[in-house]
Design a protein around this ligand. Sequence first.
Ligand code: AMP
Length: 116
Amino acid sequence: MSEASIFTKIMNGDIPADILYEDDDCICIKDIQPQAPTHLLLIPRKPIARLVEASEEDKLLLGQLMLKVGDIAKQLGVDEAFRVVINNGAGAGQTVFHLHLHILANKKFDEGSLGF
Ligand code: AMP
């Protein structure tokens, strides 16, 4: 079996993190190297390595994550302007191979730019 990801270790309490929200399906933490004044990670407890590894059985979970992003954005008062990013694969900048959604806000997003 592959080693637990750093996010699984955080969920298990083996590594500390700034946890903003958690439920049976996911956890939301502050990114340790923020790329925006608000930079959160929404992570499913299920250790799906990359988005492309998600399958039909993950449909509900993926939908729940999308809805949770909206809830969190509203709770933080950033629902008028935030960005959600998923890096899939090392070539796209993925460094932690446990699916996670970056939630970025409170920065000026350049029109037409999709970067962090
Ligand atoms: P990615 O490059 O899309 O795989 O994103 C991984 C993210 O996890 C990066 O933005 C890292 O800063 C963040 N990260 C790595 N380790 C930790 C940690 N221990 N606590 C919080 N965020 C982390």
